[in-house]
Design a protein around this ligand. Sequence first.
Ligand code: BJ8
Length: 383
Amino acid sequence: MEVIKTLPAIFEEFSEQRRNSFLHAYETKQKNIPFVGTFCTYTPTEVIMASGAIPVGLCSFSDETIAEAEQDLPRNLCPLIKSSYGFAKTQKCPFFYFSDLIIGETTCDGKKKMYEMLGKIKDTYIMELPNRQSPMGRKLWREEAVALKEKLEEKFGVTITEEKLREQVKLSNQNRLALRHFYELMKLDPPPMAGADLYSVLYGSSFKFERKKAIDEVNALTERIQKEYDEGNRPIPKRPRILVTGCPIGGNAMKVVKSIEANGGNVVCFENCGGAKSVDELVDENAEDIYQAIADRYLNIGCSCMTPNENRLKLMGRLLEEYKIDAVVEVILQACHTYNVEAYQIKQFVTSKGLPYMCVETDYSSSDVGQLNTRCAAFIEML
Ligand code: BJ8
């Protein structure tokens, strides 16, 4: 008899997905299917998939290897960079170990320089990401997408046809739509799940390597949550609705989300990478020039390494309305200069809409949990 899992059990499974995929990754490697490690939302993953390889996210969000990383890197560097480098250096990340090729982009200075060091450990290929969404920038990024295709063809001895690429563009769009429909459940008030569970599904699903199956699973989960909600299931009370923005979170940085939720708020929307920023826009499947369509879609991502970064405000403005947001919490990872400087503009933008804004600067340690709780409690109490 099939046992029907409860929603909390399903969320738990997604939160363990990365770890649970280690074995699957090993089995996949045995079948000679290559892995390509990525570190950024700007990586055009459909090009990797069209080569027959599996793209896998290598960003790390734990302090486990930071001490090792600090032997080679400065202490006052973003924890995401230190952690990612530390896992690579110590070979503690199985996905890094299994990756045949690493792709990096010229985003922030710290990551750029860290990639040079990764290049000493593994074959690392850098894409030159323009920092402006200008016509020149779009042209360059298209050329970079084509150059990536050529690199993958040479590396894996394959030919990436336009047909294969268009197929992967369609599949990636279906994946984005599935994730979008899933997080749009949070427009319900009260929300049907905790923000921490929402994030587990968004993050965990990226470690399900059979893409079609992963899409079906997310769609089935969305349907089920909606159905249970319609039947009266209200697991979360009605409380102030918070949008989280800023640096990517996950792993130890989820302490901020947990603190908001433990102190009376509901995180109903993630604007940052891992949330809407990475999923919101689709690639134009019918474009005549599919490389330009891919380049345009990715270059539109509103990351703080762009100047100016108007697309971040555009997306955020829409999310604030659609999710009926009561307040915004910005998470800055220590020493992330671009997000830290941009925080001033974000504060102006959010407060000009009459909404409260709070910025927290943090790292992957647990030393500030007490302080976070005090700040979140005071912030939410005032809403
Ligand atoms: S598209 S947000 S994944 S660059 S590593 S910028 S936190 S100092 S991760 Fe990012 Fe791509 Fe942009 Fe998204 Fe700051 Fe740290 Fe740099 Fe970071």
